[in-house]
Design a protein around this ligand. Structure first.
Ligand SMILES: [Zn+2]
Ligand SMILES: [Zn+2]
Length: 137
């Protein structure tokens, strides 16, 4: 899988990824519930060096439940969250699957931080689940 393209809802931000994702995950952490309007965030992790991005993003920095400093970036025009980067893995960039031109390319391989989900939330069947942060490969 390569040649990923995507962008924000209004089109001001666009990106291309030359390499294949290294991970695809559903994250149920409390912060992702804010970003994903109550559901889990679907994320793919790619090599930061593989990403070329155009358009202005605004930063929101915070400390995640994992203890890592996160730099989340969104389009200031339409509010779409596009990327996230963790202080623990500076060579990698997280892209929000909802921003892919073809979200089929973002099929998750695991569900993480499931202990933070409210009881009514649907869990994707057939995926390995981690109550908190999965082991780093
Ligand atoms: Zn936008
Ligand atoms: Zn999360």
């Amino acid at each position: 899988m390569s040649g990923l393209t995507g962008g924000c809802l209004c089109g001001a931000v666009r990106y291309e990824v030359s390499g294949a994702p290294v991970a695809a995950r559903l994250c149920y952490c409390r912060v992702c519930q804010y970003l994903a309007c109550g559901g889990p965030a679907a994320n793919i992790q790619v090599r930061a060096a593989d990403v070329s991005l155009t358009g202005a993003l605004k930063d929101y920095c915070s400390v995640a439940d994992s203890g890592n400093a996160m730099r989340r970036r969104f389009c200031p025009e339409c509010g779409t969250h596009v990327t996230s980067a963790s202080s623990a893995r500076p060579d990698f960039l997280v892209l929000r699957v909802g921003t892919l031109d073809d979200p089929e390319q973002g099929r998750p391989q695991m569900a993480i931080w499931t202990s933070r989900a409210p009881q009514w939330m649907c869990m994707a069947p057939g995926l390995p689940k981690f109550a908190e942060q999965p082991p780093t490969r």
